[in-house]
Design a protein around this ligand. Structure first.
Ligand SMILES: *Cc1c(COP(=O)(O)O)cnc(C)c1O
Length: 460
């Protein structure tokens, strides 16, 4: 299996090179040269597997034998042994038509752990095999940073620096990042916004000699390894309810289009998912795209589900690539048009295909809170605000003869600021409670790239 760019200007590369490259050198995104097909017979066999066994089978399809099977098995086992639940991603039944797939049992209580525990171990493995140093640099609005740090803390050959906007992440998110005392972790709290952090990262990665001298690597959600890791739980959840013979939907709280793209990939591999429901909050560029065929950023809205407060979805180009029959020239001109005009308008025919692939709904801030209350009363189940968007969209779009699995992307304790508004009091899990007594280690910096560069040089 080799990987190519959605813009066609990168010669095909192997899996390891693809994860190290992150963003493709031509500005596109890396995709597998072909999508592996899983037969009905194989799907039947996979039904009996545990989560790590299933992950091993799925990953094997995407890397041939570039990583020997026994090494890959160890990587997978190590990545999911840190989860607090024996099923890794347990499925909860609320009623006949509603299930919640809990993706938050990893170390930082958000679904990002499923991919970043694996990516951290993978980077560490590559570093050992190639005897090279890996320096990870990333920006976060909260969940990704905590999860990426947890994925590589204390690992040899790897250092990680995460920028977050000073005092603009939730308290639990800040503590999860800054109470880590391993020497290979540097937290820079930037006096500015998340956009400032992203701009700095972009500037540093654009400085090619700096990037090469310090072996800088990215961890953002465009990394293909993150997508592959997320396809696994679609299979895993599907198998648990498939035997009843219902049509099975997934409803996905969406921001950067990474998680839902993983579902689309699982479907293209042969998993007979009925509907992929794309749920957004009021930052609804993707819901507008699915319903109207226009991809155009709107005004930024701060919401109760901040990890979905995204205007330009970084993984979206991957879907466009498949929508336009894997034609890199079309994608290149669409993205050039997007850069110049600030929007993409697709044809009627293309829109028909989009609407066959996805159903979409944009959830109002108030409806998000109302959904949390409603589910709490009706099912005695506490949703976090991101998951609540998925539940609200599914209630709108699923038919009565369908079963919908809502992806629960975070534990409610991470977003207690919103839950408290509903006068619901929750008890924190012990691991989160303990964070409040730990010493915080972080350096507050201005939003000037040069100052950050100096900090990095000292750290590396
Ligand atoms: C990152 C995140 C999302 C959005 O996932 P995408 O892959 O960016 O679409 C949703 N919910 C939570 C809690 C997240 O951390």
């Amino acid at each position: 299996m080799r990987y190519i760019s959605t813009r066609g200007q990168v010669s095909p590369i192997g899996f390891t090179d693809a994860i190290l490259m992150g963003l493709a050198d031509d500005g596109g995104l890396l995709v597998p040269e072909h999508i592996p097909q899983v037969s009905d017979a194989t799907l039947k066999q996979w039904q009996r597997l545990t989560y790590p066994e299933l992950a091993l089978e799925v990953f094997s399809l995407y890397m041939n034998d570039e990583i020997p099977r026994e090494d890959l098995k160890k990587l997978v086992d190590d990545s999911y042994s840190t989860f607090r639940h024996e099923d890794v991603t347990p499925l909860r039944r609320l009623d006949d038509g509603r299930y919640v797939l809990e993706l938050f049992h990893g170390p930082t209580f958000a679904f990002k752990d499923i991919a970043l525990q694996f990516l951290g171990n993978l980077y560490s493995y590559v570093s050992r095999k190639t005897n090279s140093i890996i320096h990870i640099l990333g920006a976060t609005s909260g969940d990704t940073g905590a999860s990426a740090i947890e994925g590589v803390r204390g690992k040899e050959g790897i250092r990680i620096c995460i920028l977050h906007p000073h005092q603009k992440v939730s308290k639990v998110q800040e503590l999860q990042m800054t109470t880590v005392d391993d020497v290979n972790v540097l937290n820079l709290a930037v006096e500015g916004t998340f956009d400032d952090c992203q701009r700095i990262i972009k500037e540093l990665f654009a400085d090619v000699s700096f990037k090469h001298q310090y072996h800088l690597r990215a961890i953002n959600s465009i990394n293909i390894a993150r997508i592959l890791a997320q396809t696994v739980y679609y299979f895993y959840a599907y198998f648990q309810i498939a035997n009843a013979g219902h049509k099975i939907n997934f409803s996905i709280p969406t921001g950067n289009f990474g998680d839902i793209f993983a579902g689309y990939l699982a479907q293209r591999m042969g998993l007979p998912i009925h509907k992929l429901i794309l749920a957004t909050n009021e930052n609804n560029i993707l819901a507008r795209f699915v319903n109207e065929g226009v991809y155009q950023p709107g005004n930024f809205r701060g919401t109760y589900s901040p990890s979905m407060d995204i205007q330009v979805a970084s993984n979206f180009e991957r879907y466009l690539f498949y929508l336009y029959g894997e034609d890199a020239d079309t994608i290149t001109s669409l993205m050039t048009q997007f850069k110049a005009e600030g929007r993409i308008v697709i044809t009627e025919d293309a829109l028909k295909q989009v609407q066959a692939d996805f159903s979409a709904y944009s959830v109002k801030n108030e409806d998000c809170l109302n959904t949390i209350s409603e589910y709490y009363e009706k099912y005695d189940y506490l949703l976090d605000p991101h998951t609540a968007c998925g539940a609200a969209a599914s209630d709108k779009l699923a038919e009565s003869d369908e079963v919908t699995v809502v992806l629960a992307t975070a534990h409610p304790a991470k977003f207690d600021e919103a839950i408290r508004l509903l006068k619901i009091s929750q008890s924190y899990p012990r691991q989160i409670e303990e964070l409040f007594d730990k010493l915080q280690i972080q350096t507050v910096v201005s939003g000037i790239s040069e100052e950050i560069k100096e900090q990095l040089v000292k750290f590396f």
